[in-house]
Structures are given as structure tokens and as C-alpha cells.
Design a protein. Structure first.
Length: 597
């Protein structure tokens, strides 16, 4: 957010017709550049760019404004541009765009000649306060070998910011090629960042207190296989050492100066770090949410901030949307730091259903993102063992657990009634039954039965063949007979399609209505999207989900509790799940008849 001088609102700074009067409180950030267009102006700054069009005079107007901002002549410019004139209005519009895109920085700036002055003017909203915070900190670089290449590079990087840091020997930091950069603020609080350079990979931890940073560095070294002594060859490149040292120092300085962590502001591109999660849920430092770690390869050509779910210190907030849940999926299945296999569509078919592979299992759904989320939840359950249900939040987890428990209930009345989905009047049941029997050519029968006398919950089974004893292909429990028939037919399509892959997966799973609330959260279906459309159907199922939970809780008597793992592997997985906001439930019996859902 752009800083505003005391007593002046952000809206006033950016939009007031008299913004030229306060321009003396601001200066142009270093690095702001402009390009003249045929009928306008293109401006580029630290937070993005903006194109202004409508007048061939804009480039000339920019030259006047730029000179005033760079030379301290803002007061004279305000006096020359008379009130109410078109020139003043145009200048105020231009100033407003500079504010809106973070291209102006508040005065006063850092002290004249401050070594980090240009950097702070580029990135800080309050450069003077940021400079004072850096000047008041005391920093040291700890390493088993304080004269080693990484420690020396970190000392030099700190020196370029005006901070004199003394190297200190500390065997607790770890083997060769590791450092812990510690800083004590003026108020006595301490922060630290760990880093390592190794022939087989390197990293920079998030910033936290020294004990956590040291523990994070040890855990990351073990996770990346860097715990042993490096081989005599190859030697880490000098460019890699400089990159890691500079990144560690940058993260520490940003924390000291109150600036956003670089993981949150990084830009994707060759040789650059990847951006943090799109939803912004995962901060770059330890705390609630998933921390990000800078991971570099054997060379300095590629480095990326990667989510480290297992490094979460506390449980994160539950996902409120599908996008937030998928952020957790990406962290849990990260190829370098994840705790589960990455769910990938790869070469798997995406029509008529989308398939995603996750280790030994294949998940299917109407869309690939739903299949990936379902795959991670089921993979985590397999990792934890029997009696565990995992979901992207408590509602999703409870929906999964209740459906599984309900599948063990006996049908009410004389038994399940054979059903013709073509004549059911439910468009989605009609669609998925046609996919199964016509497109895939599977001979099957559907059976639907109420689970209670009030018609609040139904179970559907799809079996191969024309008799009732054929192989079970799909099951579902939903609030209406049509929903149950549709999801059971969808599950059957997933099982048939996944079973045709080579090698055949050990486990096959498919999502039911429990995913619908996340699928539609924050999404407004178009007016024409009724239940004939996937989005409209999911929205209708989501509206029925709470009532279904109430009915199934009464029918099953299911008891759940937060599951606590015993083994170290399961503890790591559960800590990562909870850090991503996922829920891990322990239930008495989660087995389902005939296979998995």
C-alpha cells in the first residue's frame, strides 16, 4: 500500500483535485520509467505499469512533472499550474495514477548517503523508518566455518546495506556450507534466517526466531538430502553462493525494515523466483499458514520460492474457496518439499471425466481441479491409515466421513429399487448414465433406495451386468434420489476409465457432493445455468449439503474427533495438512462396501 503523510488520506493523495499542493511530501521512486506513445504515455514502476492515452501532450507533461519530482520543484509546479485549468487537472490525474501504482514514495527519505538508501526508496513505503530500523539492528553471521564461502558472502551482502556483521563460529549451525544470520532489533527481539549451499541443492529458510530458523534449516537439509558432508566435487558455483547469501540477507533485511517478505512479491520468470500462492493465503514467514522456502538447484540458473507445508508452525485457516484449497494441494504435493505425491493429470484421459494420478491412486471428477483435490485427500488418508478422513476444511471432511458411514447402512423398506436414470427427470443422472452405457458401452444397472423414511437421504449403487449381483462400479449417498444416481453413475465412469489405464492403479476414488460447496464458493452461476449445467447442479447440491449432514448424523450416529498421529511420518503429514487448513478426522469405521469412493 502506498504510504501517505500524516493527516492526509490515501484517497485524497491520489484523487484530490488539489493533489499538486501536497506533492512536496513525495518523490519519484527510483526505477520509475516512462515511454512516449503516439497519443499517450506508458509508465513502469515497482508494482506494475499503467498506460495513459488521450493526448499527444502527455509525454511533455510527464517531463515537466518528472523534473519537479526529481529536483524538489513541486511547489513551483503547483504555482505555475493555475487552479481550475486543464493543465492542472491533467497533472492531478497523472499524480493520482502515480499514487495508485506505487510510483511515489513519502518524504522524508533515508539519510543522505545511506548505503541502502536507493533500495529503500524503491521498495519501502516509509524509507526513513525502514532505514532507522536497519541502523538499530545488530547482526551476526554464525557458521561452523565462519570464514567459509557462504558466511563471507553473507557478510559482504550485509555490508552493501550498511550493516557491519561479525562472523561467529557456531558448530550447532550444522555442516559445511550452512549459515544462520541472526539479528537483534533495537527493542531486544531477535530474528534469524538459515541458509545452505550444497553441490546437490541449496535453500534459504523463512525468517523467524533463531531457534525456529535453526530447526527449519536442519529439517530442510534432511528433506533435501543435504545432511551429509558434500562430495569433494562438484564444488558449488560462486554465483550460487552469492545468490543464496543475497537472498538470505534480503529476507532478513525485509523483516527488520517491516517490508513484505520477498516470497510474497517475487515475479515468475526464467532465473527468477516463482510467485507465492495465487490466493495470497501462504505468508513467507513462519506462523499461521504455509511458509515459503527459496530452493535453488546445483547452479544459479533457477531458484524458486516453494511452499513448505511441513514447516507450518500452527494450523492454517480452512480454505474458503476451491482456489484456496488448491493452494494447499500445491503445497502438500510440492515436488521438492511436499509430503505427498504431486497430483498430476499427465497423460491420463480428461474426457469424459478428468483423471488425476497421485502415487498409487487415481482420482476422477467432472473437472481436473476437483480430481486433484480429491486425490490429495485420499492419498493423505492412505498415508495415515484406517479410521482417518481428510478434507479441505471441517465441512468437506465431515461430508466425506458421513457418506462413507451411510454406505454401511442397510436400505430401508423392501430393498433398493432398480432405477432408470434416463426417465428420472434428473439431467445430470441422465447425462452420466448415457456416458457410462452409451459412450463407454458398459452394461449396467442402477439401484436407488432411501436411507430414511423422510426422503432426506438416498443411496445409489451402479452394478455391472443386467442382474443385481454384478460387480459394483459406483456408489453415492446424496440428499435426493437424482443426485445419488448421478454421482453413482459418475463414480462408475471414473472406475471404468481409470481401470483401463496401464498399469492399473491400486486405488480408485471419485468425488461426490461433498466437494460442491467448495466448487461453487465465490462463484455465481450464470442465469441460464440450472441443474442441466455442472455449475448450476453443484450449486443446488451445495445448498442441500447442510441438511444432508443433519440427516446422516442422525442416521449413522457417527462420532468424529481430531486425529492425532503416533508415527513420525504420519505426524509430518498431519502437520502439513493442518498448516494448509485441512481437517484430519478420526472416526470409528470409515470402510465402505465394495471399494473406495
Amino acid at each position: 500500500m502506498t504510504a501517505v503523510p500524516p493527516g492526509e488520506s490515501a484517497a485524497g493523495a491520489a484523487d484530490s483535485p488539489d493533489s499538486l499542493d501536497s506533492l512536496g511530501h513525495w518523490r519519484l521512486r527510483p526505477g520509475v520509467a516512462a515511454s512516449a506513445l503516439a497519443g499517450g504515455l506508458h509508465l513502469r514502476g515497482r508494482d506494475g505499469s499503467v498506460t495513459l492515452e488521450g493526448s499527444a501532450a502527455l509525454p511533455a507533461l510527464w517531463e515537466v512533472l518528472e523534473e519537479a519530482l526529481r529536483t524538489g520543484g513541486a511547489a513551483g509546479l503547483s504555482a505555475r499550474a493555475g487552479a481550475g485549468t486543464p493543465v492542472r487537472a491533467a497533472l492531478c490525474t497523472l499524480v493520482g495514477q502515480l499514487h495508485a501504482h506505487g510510483m511515489l514514495v513519502a518524504e522524508p527519505g533515508p539519510p543522505e548517503g545511506h548505503p541502502a538508501g536507493d533500495w529503500l526508496l524503491t521498495v519501502a513505503d516509509r524509507p526513513d523508518e525502514a532505514a532507522a530500523a536497519l541502523d538499530g539492528a545488530r547482526v551476526e553471521v554464525r557458521a561452523a566455518d565462519p570464514q567459509g564461502a557462504l558466511a563471507s558472502a553473507a557478510v559482504r551482502a550485509l555490508g552493501r546495506a550498511g550493516i557491519t556483521a561479525g562472523p561467529a563460529a557456531d558448530a550447532a549451525v550444522g555442516g559445511a556450507g550452512r549459515v544462520l544470520v541472526r539479528a537483534r532489533r533495537a527493542d531486544g527481539s531477535e530474528v534469524a534466517v538459515g541458509a545452505a549451499v550444497h553441490p546437490h541443492g541449496s535453500f534459504v529458510t523463512p525468517v523467524s526466531d533463531p531457534a525456529r530458523a535453526g530447526a527449519a534449516a536442519a529439517a530442510l537439509a534432511a528433506r533435501l538430502g543435504l545432511s551429509g558432508d558434500p562430495d569433494p566435487a562438484p564444488v558449488p558455483a560462486a554465483s550460487l553462493t552469492a545468490l543464496v547469501a543475497g537472498a538470505a540477507v534480503q529476507r532478513l533485511l525485509c523483516a527488520l525494515a517491516g517490508l513484505p517478505d520477498p516470497a510474497a512479491a517475487s515475479e515468475a520468470g526464467p532465473g527468477a523466483a516463482e510467485p507465492a500462492a495465487a490466493s495470497g493465503r501462504h505468508p513467507g514467514t513462519d506462523g499461521v499458514g504455509v511458509p515459503f522456502v527459496l530452493v535453488a538447484g546445483a547452479g544459479a540458473a533457477r531458484a524458486a520460492y516453494r511452499p513448505w507445508a511441513a514447516g507450518s508452525m500452527e494450523a492454517g485457516p480452512p480454505p474458503g474457496t476451491l482456489a484456496e484449497a488448491l493452494d494447499g494441494v500445491a503445497a502438500l504435493g510440492d515436488p521438492r518439499l511436499g509430503v505427498l505425491a504431486e497430483p498430476l493429470t499427465g497423460a491420463l484421459p480428461q474426457l469424459p471425466v478428468a483423471l488425476a494420478g497421485c502415487g498409487p491412486l487415481t482420482a476422477g471428477a467432472g473437472r481436473a481441479d476437483l480430481a486433484r483435490l480429491d486425490a490429495v485427500c485420499r492419498a493423505a488418508e492412505l498415508e495415515c491409515g484406517a479410521g482417518v478422513v481428510v478434507g479441505a476444511g471441517s465441512g468437506h471432511a465431515l461430508g466425506r466421513a458421513l457418506r462413507r458411514a451411510a454406505l454401511r447402512l442397510p436400505a430401508r423398506g423392501p430393498g433398493a429399487a432398480r432405477r432408470d436414470p434416463y426417465g428420472s427427470g434428473h439431467p445430470q443422472a441422465h447425462h452420466w448414465w448415457g456416458v457410462l452405457t452409451r459412450r463407454l458401452g458398459v452394461r449396467a444397472q442402477a439401484y436407488v433406495a432411501p436411507l430414511d423414511g423422510g426422503g432426506t437421504a438416498y443411496r445409489a449403487d451402479v452394478r455391472a451386468g443386467t442382474g443385481g449381483g454384478g460387480r459394483l462400479l459406483g456408489q453415492a449417498v446424496e440428499a435426493t434420489a437424482g443426485d445419488a444416481a448421478a454421482f453413482a453413475a459418475l463414480a462408475a465412469v471414473v472406475r471404468v476409465q481409470a481401470g483401463e489405464q496401464a498399469p492399473k492403479p491400486e486405488h480408485i476414488t471419485s468425488a461426490g457432493g461433498e466437494l460442491c460447496p467448495l466448487a461453487v464458493a465465490g462463484v455465481t452461476p450464470a442465469p441460464w445455468e440450472d441443474e442441466r449445467w455442472a455449475a448450476g447442479w453443484w450449486a443446488a447440491v451445495a445448498r442441500r449439503e447442510a441438511a444432508l449432514h443433519t440427516a446422516l448424523l442422525g442416521l449413522t450416529g457417527l462420532r468424529t474427533s481430531a486425529w492425532e498421529p503416533s508415527g513420525p511420518g504420519a505426524r509430518t503429514v498431519v502437520a502439513a495438512l493442518r498448516g494448509c487448513g485441512f481437517t484430519v478426522l478420526g472416526v470409528q469405521d470409515t470402510a465402505t462396501e465394495g471399494g473406495e469412493r
